[in-house]
Design a protein around this ligand. Structure first.
Ligand code: ATP
Ligand code: LTN
Length: 330
């Protein structure tokens, strides 16, 4: 199993309850690889001095939420040069036409064009990104890639690339498939409960970050958008705000949102309890995060170890692909 996360923006409650928590729960049963994909972030990074720090902070967060470097392989993409090397071979296996059909490129480039500060530069890397993502996946003979709906098209193109390569050069790559995690909660924006909580939201008043102080969490829950009647009931369609609060509370305390609803007759106490449950959930994560960040050397050594483990697998796959393509060995 392989999952990857980009070091862009701060990790929020949706990322944790929808993804990271499942990674932690599954780390004992799966042979799991988790990549911090800094080369992908580079497609939209122009400022100096941000990527390394964001990478280190994300690594600390992954360890703080409970990923165990002895169980899972946690690595930084650029520390495993096989990603770039196979990425180029994948660029030569995907067609220009296929890349032009990728909705993520269309969305992200359109978004950059709307913003005056980013409008004039759309990198070629943003366009060829799916080839690098295919390399990420194929290097580990990955069977399953847990992703949200938005990434399904990228897993499909990875399969198409692998099939084409295998057809041209003989059986080389395992065909991966996308899996949607069964237990993941879907956390909505507290200010706009019909949209998912997302780093790319216009304002962050409806986002709860894993590093938010208790006072900030309390305030965000207190101001959460609900509706004008005052019945507490779990109903995503009719009562999105209230249902989101119930779902968050349920995800933190382990109950079921429908059953929790019965315990409330007013919105105020529900907001307060959901806020306190989140504060309690975040407290140990924040404590571990801050402790890990005091020892940069130790974090880097954990990442070096992860990259070493990743390379053991990636180097074998790359060599197999190069041999299949008939490249002269060095
Ligand atoms: P962006 O807004 O830039 O797309 P994001 O906040 O949606 O970022 P990603 O980096 O795309 O986050 O996703 C990381 C992981 O978190 C993915 O597995 C994704 O499915 C999950 N995730 C993101 N937002 C939510 C959410 N609101 N609820 C549940 N899971 C989420
Ligand atoms: N494109 C993904 C991040 C990503 C990824 C991967 C996910 C890069 N490489 C390999 C799964 C497997 C995103 O934008 N969330």
């Amino acid at each position: 199993m392989l999952s990857c996360i980009q070091p862009t923006g701060d990790v929020h409650l949706g990322n944790y309850l929808g993804a990271l928590r499942n990674w932690v729960a599954g780390q004992h049963e799966n042979d799991a690889f988790h990549g911090i994909v800094d080369l992908h972030a580079l497609t939209i990074t122009e400022a100096p001095d941000v990527l390394g720090q964001a990478t280190l902070q994300l690594a600390a967060m992954l360890f703080a939420v409970g990923l165990d470097p002895d169980e899972a392989t946690i690595f930084v993409q650029s520390h495993v040069p096989e990603h770039s090397q196979l990425g180029w071979m994948m660029e030569c296996t995907v067609s220009y036409g296929e890349l032009t059909r990728m909705t993520q490129f269309k969305d992200k480039s359109a978004k950059r064009q709307e913003n005056t500060s980013t409008a004039e530069f759309i990198s070629a890397g943003l366009f060829t990104y799916p080839a690098l993502q295919a390399a990420d996946i194929l290097l580990y003979d990955t069977d399953e890639v847990p992703v949200g709906e938005d990434q399904r098209q990228h897993i499909e193109i990875t399969r198409d690339i692998a099939i084409r390569f295998n057809h041209r050069f003989g059986d080389t790559f395992v065909l991966p498939k996308a899996v949607t995690p069964k237990a993941g909660a879907r956390v909505m924006d507290l200010q706009d409960p019909t949209s998912k909580m997302s780093k790319s939201a216009n304002t962050d008043s409806g986002l709860v970050y894993l590093l938010d102080e208790p006072a900030a969490v309390r305030k965000k829950f207190k101001r959460a958008v609900t509706d004008s009647d005052s019945e507490v009931r779990f109903d995503r369609a009719e009562k999105p705000g209230v249902s989101n609060l119930l779902e968050i509370l349920a995800a933190c305390t382990g109950g079921a949102p429908e059953a929790l609803a019965a315990g409330y007759t007013q919105y105020g106490p529900l907001k307060a309890d959901a806020g306190e449950a989140v504060i309690e959930l975040l407290q140990p994560i924040q404590a571990r995060y801050h402790e890990l960040m005091t020892d940069r050397g130790e974090l880097q050594s954990l990442l070096r170890k992860g990259a070493g483990k990743a390379r053991e697998v990636a180097a074998v796959t790359l060599a197999r692909a190069q041999a299949a393509a008939g490249m002269l060995p060095a």
